[in-house]
Design a protein around this ligand. Structure first.
Ligand code: FES
Ligand SMILES: [Fe+2]
Length: 434
């Protein structure tokens, strides 16, 4: 199979979404090479804390070692290979394998084996790296966001993020104390479709008006007096915003794309009760906390950054306005797991975090009247692409109208462009050809 034939300037072959052989190649050539988001430093705030996840389907664990550094280890015993940690999160002084009790330090060093007699003639000794829990080749952190790569070589994390690091800055700078932390539970779902679909959808400005029509109409019909109960209000307001008119998307919403497949969509919200920069009194306590910490001018500058979802290809999509982050985990060619995390802005009034959780319920939880539409769409794409009617999937909207930006990226004509999809496939082709 000649992979290079599958991506054309305005369309891609459907095999990219439904061929198991291509999926296996993606695990090898993309997920085993790129920087993959592992977790946030606040998930392992104390030494001995751990968070289990996977990279290219391989189980790994992020831990805080007793010297304060964060480690990412393969979650595999040095003895006969059992997965050592089975809980997703937890705290332990040492990690002990369930099978024969080999015990490891929080940096993966083998500490002890029960009944060491019998190993005299072998290399098995505490501290021998061949029998420890091995470290993932490269681990790096940007402002608390921890990434790891299974590849020993390649761009540094800083080079890999490039200008898209400014979206992480946007998320963190909104905290009066300059730090954010993961809080609350994980909104988790599995959808029946290829992993690429969610990245395409999260910066797709054309779809909300169509696919989310039922919740937009329901929200538009809702009487203001009824929904203003706090918890429900944010949901109704957000669903109304999904119905922003085409002119708004075309005149006021942009979309930007960067090397390595990263992109972000400009904000499409004009509701002062949702957007902190618009000076609604409901944000007064937050403004005050920000101004005390950062001064008036810097506060305006920080809150004046209005981005919607940022995709850091190929693992996360996040959004600072409501402090949400989704981790996308490919499971198989037509199965994808998504984990939604909420962040608390340290030093901000608790109301901001309540908004975050309410917003997560509207957009990331499986009972959401919005997310369910998107999941149904992914399932329909999966079924539609099994047909022989047409081998090609279009990504032509805005083609030829993208402009090169001063920061090394590209700027789309407007928020309805498919620039971000073309950009992800440019990165995809580069990875797959390597
Ligand atoms: S497999 Fe872990 S101690 Fe034997
Ligand atoms: Fe959607």
């Amino acid at each position: 199979m000649d992979i290079s034939q599958l991506v054309q300037p305005e369309r891609v072959h459907r095999r990219i979404y439904n061929d198991p052989e291509i999926f296996e190649q993606e695990l090898d050539k993309i997920f085993s090479v790129a920087w993959i988001y592992v977790g946030h430093a606040s998930q392992v705030s104390k030494s001995g804390d751990f968070f289990c996840t996977n990279i290219a389907r391989q189980p790994v664990v992020m831990t805080r070692h007793d010297d304060g550094t964060i480690k990412v280890l393969f979650n595999r015993c040095g003895h006969r290979g059992a997965q050592v940690l089975s809980s997703e999160t937890g705290h332990a002084e040492t990690f002990r394998c369930c099978y024969h009790g080999w015990e490891y330090a929080t940096d993966g060093t083998l500490l002890a084996v029960p009944q060491p007699r019998g190993y005299e003639e072998s290399k098995v000794r505490p501290g021998d790296p061949d029998y420890g829990m091995a470290s993932v080749p490269r681990v790096a952190e940007y402002r608390g966001f921890v990434f790891a790569s299974l590849s020993h070589a390649g761009a540094s994390l800083q080079e890999y993020l490039g200008p898209i690091a400014s979206s992480i800055d946007d998320m963190v700078d909104r905290a009066p104390d300059g730090e954010i932390e993961v809080a609350g539970g994980i909104a988790r779902h599995l959808y029946h479709g290829n992993w690429k679909l969610v990245f395409e959808n999260l910066c797709d400005g054309l779809h909300p008006n169509c696919v989310h029509q039922s919740s937009i109409e329901a929200a538009q019909q809702q009487d203001d007096a009824v929904y203003s109960d706090g918890a429900g209000e944010i949901g109704v307001r957000q669903m109304r915003q999904n119905g922003a008119p085409w002119e708004f998307w075309e005149d006021q919403v942009g979309s930007w794309a960067y090397p390595f497949g990263h992109s972000y969509l400009g904000d499409y919200h004009d509701d002062a009760k949702l957007v902190a920069a618009r000076n609604d009194p409901s944000f007064d306590d937050y403004f005050k906390a920000m101004e005390v910490a950062k001064g008036k001018e810097r506060t305006q500058e920080i809150l004046g950054v209005t981005r919607w979802n940022t995709n850091i290809y190929p693992t996360i999509s996040f959004m600072s306005q409501f402090r949400q982050l989704r981790v996308i985990r490919p499971v198989s060619v037509d199965k994808t797991e998504v984990l939604g995390f909420c962040f608390r802005l340290k030093g901000a009034p608790e109301k901001m975090f309540h908004d975050t959780v309410r917003f997560a319920n509207i957009t990331n939880a499986v009972a959401s009247p919005v997310l369910t539409d998107d999941l149904e769409t992914y399932a329909r794409i999966r079924r539609g692409l099994t047909t022989d009617g047409n081998d090609w999937v279009a990504m032509a909207r805005g083609l030829g109208r993208d402009k090169e930006g001063a920061d090394g990226g590209w700027c789309a004509e407007n928020g309805l462009s498919e620039l971000h999809i073309r950009n992800m496939f440019a990165a995809w082709s580069g990875y797959m050809a390597a």
